[in-house]
Design a protein around this ligand. Structure first.
Ligand code: FES
Ligand code: FES
Length: 176
């Protein structure tokens, strides 16, 4: 039995210590954000943040994650709000921009694009095209929407810089 901190909650895990985190997230916790793509750390569809750093859950045994903070797609909006001090919104600016740009087709890469894109924008709020391409290089989109994903990240950057939070939930409507 292991204990993991996932999206701000401490959770007891029954899987053996050498189990890759992805299987725990999908099979034991039934989360639908992280996805199995290659299983070889090559595509990014399984990505999570571990202490704020994008990590491939498909090759990361849970025994290496004790005492670390894991953020999945399900917790990324809360994580973004905590890191920026901005009001909690229903979606973060990158999710908002991806929708506005209609950047996602089948959606299989969506998890990794959000996780990596959020890490990038928190680390570098105004990345150049080259910096975006370099950061997102390990995230594969089989639908080939890369130009729109790049546009969405640039749009999200402008939203963040302007402090714009669309779809903000009024404080009195927030759930705990
Ligand atoms: S499934 Fe983990 S990187 Fe592809
Ligand atoms: S939208 Fe289909 S894999 Fe990226």
């Amino acid at each position: 039995m292991a204990e993991l901190s996932i999206n701000g909650a401490t959770i007891e895990i029954e899987a053996s210590p050498d189990t890759p985190l992805l299987y725990v997230l999908t099979d034991e916790l039934l989360l639908q954000g992280p996805r199995f793509g290659c299983g070889l750390a090559q595509c990014g569809s399984c990505s999570v943040l571990v202490d704020g750093v994008e990590t491939r859950a498909c090759i990361t045994p849970i025994e290496t994650l004790t005492g670390k903070n894991i953020t999945t797609l399900e917790g990324i909006t809360q994580y973004y709000a905590a890191q920026t001090g901005l009001p909690r919104a229903s979606i973060n600016p990158l999710q908002d921009a991806l929708i506005e740009e209609q950047a996602i087709q089948c959606g299989y890469c969506y998890n990794g694009m959000i996780i990596k894109g959020t890490e990038l924008l928190l680390d570098n709020p105004e990345p150049s095209d080259t910096e975006i391409r370099r950061a997102m290089n390990g995230h594969l989109c089989r639908c080939g929407t890369y130009p729109k994903i790049l546009s969405a990240i640039k749009k999200a950057s402008q939203k963040m810089l302007a402090g714009v939070e669309q779809n903000t939930i009024p404080a009195d409507e927030e759930s705990v």
